[in-house]
Design a binder for this molecule. Structure first.
Ligand code: DAH
Length: 340
């Protein structure tokens, strides 16, 4: 038996020396250490050994088995090491080689301005809410105090999807959705796409608005002016001032139009401000008590302020863009000018 083991040891070493691949290594395992391999064969032959010699013989075979396993492991580790070295070699990167420049895009001016606006208001504690673009008449008009046949419906040329279903004409329906879902204090921004049947150099059938709504105790027009004053300073520069002019919106009372002092001429009067020194930037006001009531909020306890800002309008003023169509053509020569 011992002679057999010695012969097997030599044979095994020769076989190991010839192993050069994972497949060959697996085959080696099969033929020596596998269930039907040579070492298992030796175990079977134990039966024929004299009973008193069996324990000693068994021990020798076992030792040989442990040895064979160790050798297998060594070869395997060596092979793994070599494979890794070969892979590292073949995947070596020349870090001194000049890199291929990949063109990097930039944010769209609408996105840049929208993000800036959100930043300013987020700093004041506003949260973001986004409502649906397809709205029902109720949210888009009626509960905002614009009843059927109300002349104010003519202020916005509406796209109808079905009877009583519209493409939202403004982000104001977001106010209703937020007040339905939450109790005051409320402080939200509703950015999003809006749609109107209107198209010229400064109007597009699809554009973006940013609604603001604050509902709490003792909210006044002063809060509105304070917030918007901060807003325009952050967007147009510290030098600008705001002015509120009386206006009309069905969902606010009083309603105001907010003007910013002309950042082009400093208020002296120029082409941009049409000689007035002021530029109209947005609408807002104190939330109409009927709108609060429509959302189950007691106007004797709470009051609110609201505003709606046209994002394209702000972007066009900020960047001196004179045609709204440029914002939607995706002409790279135009878009490349707005790297942050
Ligand atoms: N929804 C108005 C529009 O699209 C803008 C607006 C005005 C929104 C006054 C308001 C507001 O929240 O208080 O013309």
């Amino acid at each position: 038996m011992e002679a057999k083991i010695n012969a097997l040891r030599e044979q095994m070493e020769a076989a190991l020396a010839a192993v050069h691949s994972q497949e060959e290594l697996a085959a080696f395992w099969q033929s020596y250490l596998g269930k039907k391999g040579s070492i298992a064969g030796l175990m079977k032959e134990l039966g024929a050994v004299a009973k008193e010699d069996r324990p000693a013989m068994g021990k020798v075979i076992n030792q040989f088995k442990v040895y064979a396993e160790e050798r297998y492991q060594q070869v395997r580790e060596e092979m793994d090491k070599q494979e890794l070295a070969a892979r590292n070699q073949s995947e070596q990167v020349d870090i001194t080689m000049p890199a291929v420049k990949r063109p990097v895009g930039s944010l769209h001016p609408i996105t840049i301005v929208k993000d800036q606006m959100i930043d300013v208001f987020a700093g004041m504690g506003f949260e973001i809410y986004e409502g649906p673009e397809i709205e029902d008449d109720d949210h888009n008009f009626t509960r905002l105090n614009v009843a059927k046949n109300h002349p104010a419906r003519d202020m916005q040329d509406t796209f109808y999807v079905a009877e009583d279903i519209v493409l939202r004409t403004h982000t104001s329906p977001g106010q209703i959705r937020v007040m339905d879902a939450e109790k005051p204090p409320i402080k939200v921004l509703v950015p999003g796409r809006v749609f109107r049947s209107d198209s010229d150099a400064t109007h597009s059938p699809m554009f973006h608005q940013m609604e603001g709504l604050v509902v709490d105790k003792k909210i006044t027009l002063c809060d509105l002016q304070g917030m918007l004053d901060q807003f325009v300073k952050k967007i147009f520069g510290d030098g600008v001032k705001t002015r509120l002019r009386p206006s009309y919106f069905p969902f606010t009372e009083p309603s105001v139009e907010v003007d910013v002092s002309c950042f082009e001429c400093g208020g002296k009067g120029c082409g941009l401000c049409k000689g007035t020194g002021w530029i109209e930037v947005l609408g807002g006001g104190i939330v109409h008590h009927k709108v609060l009531e429509n959302c189950g909020i007691d106007p004797n306890e709470y009051s609110g302020l609201a505003f709606g800002i046209g994002i394209e309008r702000i972007a066009m003023l900020k960047y001196g863009i004179n045609n709204i169509g440029l914002l939607y053509e995706n002409d790279l020569r135009f878009l490349k000018q707005f790297k942050d």
